[in-house]
Design a protein around this ligand. Sequence first.
Ligand code: HDE
Length: 703
Amino acid sequence: MCATRSVPANPTGKKSRSSPSVSSSGSTAELHQQAGAGQPVLTTNQGIPVSDNQNSLRVGARGPTLLEDFVLREKITHFDHERIPERIVHARGSAAHGYFQPYKSLAKWTRAAFLQDPKKQTPVFVRFSTVAGERGSFDLARDVRGFAVKFYTEEGNFDLVGNNIPVFFIQDAIKFPDLIHAVKPEPDRGFPQAASAHDTFWDFVSLMPESIHMVTWAMSDRAIPRSYRMMEGFGVHTFRLVNAANESFFVKFHWRPTIGSASVVWDEAVKINGADPDFHRRDLWEAIDKGSFPEYELALQVFDQATADKLQFDVLDPTKIIPEEIIPLEVVGKLVLNRNPDNFFAETEQVAFCPANIVPGLDFSNDPLLQGRLFSYLDTQLSRLGGPNFNQIPINQPKCPMHNLQRDGIMQMGVPKGRVAYEPNSLDPQGPRESAGGFASFGAKESGERVRLRPESFSDHYSQARQFFNSMTPPEQNHIVSAYAFELGKVESVQIRRRVLGHLDNISADLGAKVADLLGMQGQADAIAPRVTPVDLPPSPALSILAKAPATLKGRKVGILLGEGYDPADLAAIRAAIVKEQADVATIAAKVGGVPDVNDEVLAVDMALKAAPSVLFDAVVILAGPAGDVVLSGQAPAVEWLKNAFVHLKCIALLGVETLVTKANIKPDAGVILLKKSGKTISLKDFIEAAKKGRVWNREDNV
Ligand code: HDE
C-alpha cells in the first residue's frame, strides 16, 4: 500500500514542507520564516519548528506509533490539561473590558484616588454570570446574576463583586455552603442543572425564613433579564467610604443601565434556552462588537452612623435594602464596556474577583456575610487557579506598580533579583517599604463577648418581602405568582410546598392564596409564626422594573420576517426608522439565501426562519406580498413565529400578511400595528412609538 501524507490546504498557496529542510547555512531566524508570507512557523512549546502537524510518527504508514514522538506527546499532554476547575458558583459567565469615570470628585466621602477627578478614566474588567449552573449551562436560567467589576486603579485593584439583586438569601457566611449545596444538582442524581425548581432548594429555603425576601426577588422578572446590558447591579452589603480627614460614611453601591432594565417572559426564557443557549453571552459580545457599548451609572446611597441607627432595618443585614425613597441614590459616575476579551479562557475564565481587594478610601462593614466572603474568594482561587501566583496572570495583575517580598510558589513567572526577600532589611535600601499613605483600616470601635449569635435586629424576615411584592406592577406580581407556582409545582414533597405556602401567607395573603390556587393546594399552607410580626411598609416604586422602564428601542433588536413579494423600499424605510432609534435589525426569511422581492430579486437575509424564532427579538415586523402571505401562512415556523411574538407580548408590525394573521389567530390590540402605505410612503410612527414602550402588558390577560 502506498503511503500518503495528508497535508492541509495551505492558504498561501505554497507547498508545505513534508520534512524539516534546514539548509546547511540555515539559521533559526530563517527557519522561523519559512511557513509563508507573514505566517510564523508552527513550533512546539520549546520553540522547535514542527514539520508535520497532521501525522504522528509511525513505523511504516500502517505500523505502531512511536513513543519517541515528542510533538504528538506534547500536544496531547497540553490538551489533556486545558481545563481548570470551574467556579463552584458563578461558573457560567461573560465579560468585557471598559472604563469607569466619575462625574465629579467624591473627595468629601472618600480618598480613593480613582474617585477624585472627573477627568480620570479607570480601566475595568466586568464579568456577568449566573450562579447555580455549570460552565456549559444555558444563559436564561431563572437565577441571580453576578455583576463583578474589577477596577484597575492607580492604588491597586478594587473589586466590587456584586449581584443584580440587592439582597441575599442568607445572613451569615456559615450558611453559604448549605445554600449552594441545596440549589446545585441533587448529589445522588446530578440534576436539575441550573435550576432552583427542585426539592432540595425549596426544602432549605423553607427552613430558612431569612431567605424568603431574596427568594421573592428570584421569582421576579429580575431573575430572567433580557440582557446583561439591561440589568441593575448592587454591591449588596453596606461598605464604608473613608475620606482624607479619616471620616467614615456607610455606602451601598448601585449600578443602573443607561438603556433601562428589561426582562424576558418565562415562556420565552424556556424557548431561548433551546434556540440560543448563549443568548446573553452573544448579546454582550455582539453589542460591543458593533460599537453599541453597554453603559451603567454608578449610584451611591451614602449615610452616616446616626442615620443608620435610625433606620428600621439593620444596615449590616444583607437580606435587607434601604429603599431609595428613604436614602436617595446619588449618581456619581459611569461604567462603559467598550472592548471584548481577546481570549475567553485567559481573561473571562481566569479572572479572579475578590471582595477583599479594596483600595485606600474604601473599607468593609461588619456584615457577617461580607466578612465570610473576605475569606472565601482567595481561598477558592488558590485551588481553581492552581497556586498563590494567580495575581501574575495578566487579567489579574494590577495596572499600577507592584512591589513586595513575597516569593516563589507554583507558577512563579517573575525573576526577582537580589538577595533580600525580607523586611526590615538594611541590605536593600532601594527595596519596597510600607508608606503612611497606604491602606489603613478605619478605626471603628468594637467590643463585646465572643458569641455565636444572630442579632435580634436581623429578625424581621417578611416586611421587606411584602414591600417588594406590593411595589410591583400587576404584571410583575403575576409573574412572581406564576414563578412560585412553577417552581413549587416541580417540588415533589408536599410538606415542603406547604411550608413555602406558609411563608407566602406571611408575605402577602394575596400572594399565598394565588400560588396555592395555581397549585390546587388552597387551605393547605402551614401556619408559620414569624419571629417578628411583619409590618406594611410603604411601597417603593423604585423596586419595579416596569414602573421606571424608559420608552426606548436603544440597544434592542427587531426581527423582520420577509415573505415573497415584499417591497425592498419598505424594508429600507423600516430599517432606517429602527436604526435611527439605535436599535438593531435582523432580516429573516424561510431560507437564508432570501426570497424573491416584488421586483423578483433575491437578496440574502441575516437568518433563516428556523434558526431565528421570534423569542430572539424585542419587536417583530412581517413584510410580504400576496403570494408570500399565502406561502408563509402555510409554513408552521412562520405561523409559530407570529403566534409566539403575540403571546410574548411583543409589538408587531404587519404589512401585506392578512392570511398569516388569521392563521396565527392574532387579535388586534395596541401592540399590533397594521402598517399603512400611501403611494410609496409608509407610516412607521405608530410602530416605533409602540415598540419603544416594550411589551404590551395588557395583552397578557388574553393570552
Ligand atoms: Fe460569591 N463567591 N460568595 N457572592 N460571588 C464566588 O469566588 C461566596 C455572595 C459573587 O465573576 C466564588 O472566585 C461566599 C454575595 C460573584 O468570577 C466563591 C458567600 C454576592 C461571583 C464565592 C458569597 C456574591 C462570586 C466562586 C457568602 C453578591 C463571581 C468563584 C458569604 C454581593 C465572580 C470565586 C466572577 C463568586 C463565595 C455570597 C457575588 C466561592 C462564601 C452576597 C458575582 O469564593
